[in-house]
Design a protein around this ligand. Structure first.
Ligand SMILES: [Fe+2]
Length: 184
């Protein structure tokens, strides 16, 4: 999508539809912080900036994840950096390159939008996406997101209901919403 105007319009449209459907749950008031979880062994610094991690040849059901980054009062955190990394639809990480790895910055209203694929479980791990949310001068939030109804949830002790996304069937695959509440 070389034309920046079309690209901007696409993003705006994508945000509107994602958020209308997802009804992001951020509200003003006291909110519990999103629980932190282990980084795991597969994080790699230097991921490319991109909202879509989908690419030809990457296995997996398309997944669109959308939400906000907010503080404990529910106030949006514009510009927060979100790092995502995950296995593909066959449970494989790319540890030599940056497939299914990327970062993006929350927009002026704290919103993010990720187009990716639903990761498969591997070994004793349930399906999950790793996330870091980074805001300058604050301790980063490192955590993982899970998906309701996925096989493997019952046998993975790291699965946490507070980090579990309910998926719906979207036009291109699955869709879900999750808001990150930072501990400040
Ligand atoms: Fe993992």
């Amino acid at each position: 999508m070389a034309n920046p105007r079309i690209h901007k319009a696409f993003l705006a449209c994508a945000f509107v539809s994602a958020f209308a459907a997802a009804a992001a749950s951020a509200q003003t008031g006291n909110r519990p912080p999103t629980p932190a979880q282990t980084e795991g062994p597969y994080f790699k610094a230097g991921s490319p900036e991109r909202r879509s991690l989908r690419q030809a040849g990457v296995a997996g059901v398309p997944l669109r994840l959308a939400g906000k980054v907010v503080d404990l009062a529910g106030k949006p955190v514009p510009g927060a950096r979100l790092e995502f990394w995950q296995a593909d639809g066959e449970g494989r990480y790319d540890n030599s390159g940056f497939t299914l790895r990327g970062h993006q910055f929350a927009d002026g209203e704290g919103r993010y939008l990720l187009d990716t694929v639903l990761p498969a479980r591997y070994l004793n791990r349930a399906s999950h996406i790793h996330v870091k949310v980074i805001v300058g001068g604050k301790p980063p939030l490192t955590t993982q997101l899970y998906f309701a109804g996925e096989s493997g949830n019952e046998s993975d002790p790291l699965v946490d209901a507070r980090l579990t996304v309910v998926l719906t069937d979207g036009p291109e695959g699955k869709a879900g919403a999750f808001d990150f509440t930072l501990n400040f």
